[in-house]
Design a protein around this ligand. Structure first.
Ligand SMILES: [Zn+2]
Length: 380
């Protein structure tokens, strides 16, 4: 009989367990640890108390990393049997993210998911194996343009979906803020400037409009969009970015490949061809997961806090949140908890401006560093 992917993964972790006894925890041992922890009578008692803590949530008990104070974030230990599901959720939340993106995502909530297990999982994901090989970009590297403010410079590009139309939709519009890397993705029926302008108007009336608009489709295209926008919104003044060296399209093209791959994976996960809904999920996954260029998520750079998927993003255990329905259910769980899981706005919410400021500065510094590396490479 052929083993399922999940069973194969579990077996591999059990093989690794032989040399990683302190990190990987088989399910029976997990519950043993919880029991010993609550009685703490065994000779191991002291060691256990220094390493673990029990989180009681309703009738669910979870093993978490011992915290110095109750304000420290809760990090769950996972047992081998549940590791597959935990990694799978993070893998999907990051839009089939690579190892680093997943390490960041899992590190927020879990204490013992190893890099090794993450790599193993990724190597077993069919959608990831199916990803197209990206064309290598070669040639001159061009000094990157840097933005120091949100909404200083925006880029609008189109992805051709004519080979995979859905209803009358044949194109995808990607608008990206240059500093925060925050993206807005919309399905389009055509690549006409008027249709793009209409979508941009909607976005700009929500987030504000940038000073400069640029596009890899050329300055003529951008100029036409701006003039169409002006008809809809006469006060609006935007200039179009100068035509950049074609090779500088590199990073944007790669981002668009990324979007198409994430979209294909979403369609396969959900067994649907309706990518006009898929683009909205891809947009959220891209914005809420770690971006190496700015060393944080675009969402956090824009809003100062991480994007939430309701209570799924709280520090309550996953199996507990799945059963919650009413506010009373939530209050009952909170009052029965041994420690106050974090379901309230994060402390940094109280000082949003300074928090956002810090995050933007980090994004600017990260992009400056990247630009310096590019320039150094040019001069070598
Ligand atoms: Zn994958």
């Amino acid at each position: 009989m052929e083993l399922s992917v999940e069973d194969t993964f579990k077996n591999e972790l059990y093989k690794k367990y032989e040399s990683l006894e302190k990190v990987l925890i088989p399910k029976p041992e997990y519950f043993l640890l919880i029991n010993e922890q609550s009685s703490a009578k065994s000779h191991q008692g002291y060691y256990l108390l220094s390493k673990y803590e029990i989180l009681q949530c309703g009738d669910v008990e979870k093993l978490i990393r011992r915290r110095k104070s109750n304000d420290d974030p809760i990090q769950y230990y996972v047992h081998i049997e549940e590791t597959f599901d935990v990694i799978k959720r993070a893998h999907i939340a990051t839009g089939h993210g690579g190892r680093d993106r997943m390490v960041k995502e899992l590190g927020k909530k879990y204490a013992n998911v190893t890099r090794d297990s993450i790599e193993l999982f990724k190597s077993m994901c069919n959608d990831c194996q199916r990803k197209r090989v990206r064309p290598m970009t070669k040639g001159v590297v061009v000094r990157p343009i840097l933005s120091k403010e949100f909404s200083a410079r925006g880029q609008v590009d189109l992805i051709d979906m004519q080979s995979l139309p859905h209803g009358s939709f044949k194109w995808i519009m990607v608008y990206q803020d240059h500093l925060t890397k925050f993206v807005v993705i919309r399905p389009l029926t055509s690549k006409r400037a008027a249709e793009v302008a209409y979508q941009l108007m909607d976005i700009f009336l929500l987030f504000g409009a940038p000073h400069i608009l640029q596009s890899d489709n050329g300055s003529e295209f951008t100029a036409q969009i701006i003039s169409d926008l002006k008809e809809l919104w006469p006060e609006l003044v935007i200039v179009h970015g100068k035509l950049r060296h074609p090779q500088s399209q590199d990073s944007v093209e790669r981002a668009n490949y990324d979007i198409k791959d994430m979209l294909v994976a979403w369609m396969s996960e959900n067994d649907t061809a309706d990518w006009t809904i898929g683009v909205k999920f891809v947009q959220f996954r891209k914005n809420s997961s770690f971006n190496a260029g700015i060393k944080q998520s675009p969402y956090a750079t824009l809003f100062g806090i991480e994007a939430r998927i309701g209570l799924s993003s709280s520090s309550l255990p996953h199996d507990v949140t799945q059963k919650l329905q009413t506010e009373d259910d939530l209050l009952a769980i909170l009052s029965s908890s041994s420690t106050q899981p974090d379901t309230q706005p994060l402390p940094e919410m109280t000082q949003p401006t300074s928090s956002i400021d810090k995050k933007r500065k980090l994004a600017i510094a990260a992009q400056q560093k990247k630009a310096e590396r590019v320039v150094k490479r040019m001069n070598e």
